[in-house]
Ligand binder design. Structure first.
Ligand code: SF4
Length: 368
C-alpha cells in the first residue's frame, strides 16, 4: 500500500472511529459536534498506537476530539502570523527567516494544533504562487534560511517539493532549508517507503543543508516505524530535529519528558525546542499548563538528562518574538529572555515578570 492509499483509510467520522474504539452515546454526540467545526482525521498507523483500554491515553488525547475543544477562550492567531504575511503563503517575521505555508493539509489533524484556524478549513494563507514566494525570498538577501511548513510540508507531492527545493537550494544567500513535518510521527511510511522522495532530498541536500523539523511529543510515538523514517532521512543527508509541545495529560511530567529526550537523542534526532502550548481557542483549555508549573517540569526534566539531551530551549512563540522561559527566580517571579525578536531593540532582552499560579501565558510583556 502506498502512503496515499494508506491515507484514504484515515478515520474522519464518528462511525469509522467507533469501529476502532468504544465510544459512549454522549461521546459520539460530542465528537460529531466538534468535528463540524474542527475536522478529525487520524491515520490508521497513529490510531494503532492508542491504548484502547485507557480513556486518558496520551496518544488518544492528541488525535481524538475532546469536549474541551468547545471552550472558546483564547485566540486563533496567538503569535500575529496574519500580520507577518508578506506574500500569499509566505510569512516574514524575523529578518533571517522566511516561513512558507506550502499546504493547508496534514496527514492527521492534531487536537493541539496552533494553526487550528487554518488546517483543513481555509486556504487563505497557503501557497498558490510558488514563484512569487521564491521571488520574494530571492529579493530579500537578509533571509538566510527558509522554513517550508504548512499544514504539513511532506503532504505536498514530490513534484511540488522538488520544485520548491530546486529554486531555494540555488539561492546563495540561504544557508539551509528546513522542512516542517509531523509525517515521521503520524505516517512514517510516507518517508521510508518513498524512494523517490528520499532521492529528491538527497539530491538537493548535496547543494544546501536540509533539516527536517518534526514534533515527537511522547516516547511512545518513537516506534520502530518512526525510527526507520528517521534513519532513512539521516541516511539521505537530512538532519532531523524535534520541537516538542508541552501538553497537559500528554507529556507534563518530568519522567515522560526525560524519556522522550533520551530516546530522541538515541535515534539521532536533535532536541531543538520545547514549546509552551499557545492559548489557542479549542486548545488552551485542554492542553495548557501554568507557566510556574511548566518551568518546574522542565527544570526537573533537565536534572535527569545529559548535556546532549538537554540542548533544547524552553520557549513561547509570542507576538513580539520567541521568548525563552529561563526559570523561576523566587516565589512567583519568572525570568524570560528574547531568543528571537521581531523588533531588533528586544534582541536578547531579559526581563522578570511576576506570574500568577494559574497563569499560562504572558498577555503583556513589560518594558524594562
Ligand atoms: S501536523 Fe502540525 S500543522 Fe498539522 S495538525 Fe498537526 S500540529 Fe497542526
Amino acid at each position: 500500500m502506498t502512503w496515499i492509499e494508506e491515507m484514504r483509510e484515515n478515520v474522519t467520522s464518528v462511525e469509522e472511529l467507533e469501529r476502532h474504539i468504544e465510544l459512549t452515546c454522549a461521546e459520539k454526540e460530542r465528537i460529531r459536534a466538534i468535528t463540524d467545526r474542527y475536522p478529525m482525521s487520524i491515520t490508521p498507523y497513529y490510531l494503532s498506537l492508542i491504548d484502547k483500554n485507557d480513556p486518558q491515553d496520551p496518544i488518544r488525547k492528541m488525535c481524538i476530539p475532546s469536549a474541551s475543544e468547545t471552550d472558546l477562550s483564547g485566540s486563533f492567531d496567538t503569535s500575529g502570523e496574519y500580520q507577518n504575511t508578506k506574500v500569499k503563503g509566505l510569512q516574514h517575521k524575523y529578518a533571517q527567516t522566511a516561513l512558507v505555508l506550502s499546504t493547508n493539509v496534514c496527514a492527521m489533524y492534531c487536537r493541539h494544533c496552533f494553526r487550528k484556524r487554518l488546517v483543513g478549513i481555509s486556504d487563505a494563507e497557503t501557497i498558490k504562487m510558488l514563484d512569487h514566494i521564491a521571488d520574494y525570498i530571492e529579493q530579500h538577501k537578509e533571509i538566510d534560511n527558509v522554513l517550508i511548513s504548512g499544514g504539513d510540508a511532506l503532504m505536498n507531492s514530490n513534484h511540488i517539493i522538488e520544485r520548491l527545493l530546486q529554486r531555494l537550494t540555488h539561492m546563495d544567500h540561504l544557508n539551509f532549508i528546513r522542512i516542517g513535518s509531523r509525517i515521521p510521527v503520524v505516517l512514517p511510511s510516507r518517508i521510508y517507503k518513498d524512494k523517490e522522495l528520499l532521492g529528491i532530498l538527497k539530491r538537493y541536500a548535496a547543494n544546501k543543508r536540509i533539516y527536517l523539523v518534526t514534533q515527537f511529543n511522547h516516547p511512545r510515538e518513537l516506534t520502530p516505524k518512526a525510527r526507520l523514517a528517521v534513519e532513512r532521512l539521516l541516511y539521505n543527508e537530512v538532519i532531523v530535529s524535534n520541537q516538542t509541545v508541552l501538553l497537559k495529560g500528554v507529556n507534563d511530567d518530568p519522567d515522560t519528558m526525560a524519556e522522550l529526550m533520551n530516546r530522541l537523542t538515541r535515534c539521532g534526532v536533535v532536541p531543538y525546542y520545547v514549546f509552551q502550548c499557545r492559548p489557542v481557542t479549542g486548545v488552551k483549555a485542554q492542553f495548557q499548563i501554568p507557566l510556574l508549573k511548566a518551568s518546574r517540569i522542565i527544570d526537573e526534566t533537565r536534572s535527569m538528562l545529559n548535556g546532549h539531551a538537554k540542548r533544547f530551549k524552553f520557549v513561547m512563540s509570542h507576538e513580539g518574538g520567541k521568548i525563552e522561559i529561563i526559570g523561576v527566580l523566587k516565589n512567583s517571579d519568572m525570568v524570560f529572555k528574547y531568543h528571537q525578536s521581531k523588533d531588533i531593540k528586544d534582541s536578547g532582552r531579559m526581563f522578570i515578570q511576576t506570574v500568577k499560579d494559574d497563569q499560562c501565558w504572558l498577555d503583556e510583556v513589560y518594558e524594562l
